[in-house]
Design a protein around this ligand. Structure first.
Ligand SMILES: C[S@@+](CC[C@H](N)C(=O)[O-])C[C@H]1O[C@@H](n2cnc3c(N)ncnc32)[C@H](O)[C@@H]1O
Length: 228
């Protein structure tokens, strides 16, 4: 792992949004099996370890992220079982169930581009932003243990309703548990899918003094009835 690799996986504001929910759900994480899909630096798993998770599993498509997560988890003083696995989405954990699933996957509607010393796989959610969001949501029913909880970072401009439909088709509910406003850097904006930009400006995207800000949500997704 070079310094450049570690820099590429540094936490973002989106990481912090999910992290806050990990800390808020300590009692549900304690003793549980936690999966982080698209683990990057592994910091969300470190927070889950702090909440007393019983098993920590990170999956990432980038070998350098897997290496960084393994390094970070290896340095923790935790009794939890730890794994850092290379592969796409649920492929490395086929057939397994988790009490908590974390996902802060790339879900920015954009063309393929590396921005701000990040790899393109950090943000690139395809034209609609849903290229990875849809399959990760579609796999929750098969991978969430009974009573399990998924915490998902979700750009408001990629369509909450579509997410709720995918959840409900599996007997799950998706609800907003947190939200924040983030600036979109001009470099990133320049790669954003124009149709999404035009459709969402004034709705979930806002221009102030020439700068564009976006609404970002944290969702809790769980079996209907579990969270109410
Ligand atoms: C926005 S970053 C989030 C990283 C970390 N979870 C965090 O919150 O800081 C998205 C991560 O998803 C990974 N990723 C992209 N495509 C993936 C895929 N198909 N399967 C698994 N991980 C993927 C990227 O390599 C990157 O580490």
């Amino acid at each position: 792992m070079t310094k450049a690799d570690a820099f590429a996986f540094r936490p973002s504001a989106y990481t912090a949004l999910v992290l806050r929910q990990v800390l808020a759900h300590g009692p549900r994480i304690a003793g549980g099996r936690v999966l982080d899909i698209g683990c990057g630096s592994g910091v969300l798993l470190a927070a889950a370890a702090d909440m007393g998770a019983g098993a920590l599993c990170g999956v990432d498509i980038e070998p350098a992220a897997v290496q960084e997560t393994a390094r970070l988890l290896g340095a923790l003083t935790t009794a939890a079982r730890v794994e850092a696995l290379h592969g796409s989405l649920y492929a490395p954990v086929a057939g397994r169930h988790f009490d908590v699933i974390l996902a802060n996957l790339p879900h920015f509607p954009m063309d393929h581009a590396a921005i701000d010393a990040r790899l393109s796989s950090w943000s690139d959610g395809g034209d609609s932003g849903r290229r990875l969001l849809d399959p990760v949501l579609a796999g929750l029913g098969a991978h969430l243990a009974p009573g399990g909880l998924a915490i998902v970072a979700h750009n408001a401009f990629v369509g909450l309703e579509a997410t709720q439909d995918i959840a409900s088709a599996q007997g799950l509910t998706a609800r907003v548990i947190d939200a924040m406003t983030v600036p979109i850097a001009p470099e990133k904006l320049g790669h954003m899918t124009v149709e999404v930009l035009d459709r969402e400006m004034g709705r979930s995207l806002h221009r102030h003094g020439g700068h564009v800000f976006a609404e970002v949500l944290a969702l809790a997704i769980e079996h209907a009835g579990d969270g109410t």
